[in-house]
Design a protein around this ligand. Structure first.
Ligand SMILES: Cc1cc2nc3c(=O)[nH]c(=O)nc-3n(C[C@H](O)[C@H](O)[C@H](O)COP(=O)(O)O)c2cc1C
Length: 225
């Protein structure tokens, strides 16, 4: 999987005056607007070189104490994929049973994973017991390691999108069962199960909005103290 050619330690990369050109900023804004959670994938494969390039974005992520606690399991075998899909289907049925009336009908109409079709599937973990970073920041708030992994996922998500690839985050799962099925090492906390591939279609709005489940807030809630 990916590894990025990093400049030697202490070497400053030239970013001219430190401000990216306006055209780039416009495109970055478009990239963030067009990032979608994707559940409907074409089944054609993702070239390994493209996947490796996108994965290497993870190595650019911030992490508490520079702990780099991200750990990745690539789910390739039929058995592991079947176990993960079964896990999702049973968690999804349980979640559906928690709704009633119109919400239950709407929930049943949602597609909440692309696990049947996505050519690449990853379980991404946080190593809660890593010694890297010497506990800096994590002593007061251990959950910061997990947040570090989430920041890494976000960079990966954007890198994939820039290559035309989609990512779908699956969290409707029993994490303990998944850990057993995947033989995840002790001390690893599941951050998410990720489906990756070429999207069937591109959209500029969330699928949950289009299907009437929830709307994005118009304003950013900021309070002053
Ligand atoms: C932590 C996290 C967990 C998520 N879990 C799921 C999930 O289990 N199934 C799913 O279909 N989408 C999941 N999503 C995707 C959200 O539904 C999606 O991000 C949101 O509706 C906004 O849509 P957009 O990402 O296309 O902008 C998850 C997203 C995040 C950040």
């Amino acid at each position: 999987m990916g590894s990025r050619d990093l400049p030697p330690s202490g070497h400053e990369t030239d970013v001219s005056d430190g401000i990216f050109p306006e055209a780039f900023r416009t495109q970055l804004d478009q990239l963030m607007r067009m990032r979608r959670d994707v559940r409907r994938f074409r089944t054609d494969p993702v070239p390994e070189a493209v996947l490796a390039r996108c994965l290497s974005a993870i190595q650019l992520a911030p992490s508490v104490g520079l702990s780099e606690p991200w750990r990745i399991l690539r789910i390739d075998s039929d058995d592991a994929r079947k176990a993960a899909l079964k896990n999702f289907e049973s968690a999804n049925a349980e979640a559906l049973a928690g709704y009633s009336g119109d919400k239950a009908t709407r929930y049943a109409g949602l597609k909440l994973s692309g696990m049947r079709d996505a050519p690449v599937q990853l379980a991404i973990y946080c190593d809660d017991e890593t010694s890297q970073g010497h506990g800096l920041g994590a002593a007061t708030m251990p959950e910061m390691r997990r947040y570090s992994v989430v920041t890494a996922v976000t960079l990966f998500w954007l890198a994939l999108r820039a290559e035309g690839l989609g990512l779908g985050w699956v969290s409707v799962l029993d994490p303990d069962q998944l850990n057993r099925d995947l033989s995840a090492p002790q001390g690893w906390q599941l951050i998410g199960y990720f489906c990756i591939g070429w999207p069937e279609q591109l959209f500029d709005s969330p699928e949950l909005e289009r299907l009437g489940w929830e709307n994005r807030q118009a304003d950013l809630p900021i309070e002053t103290r």
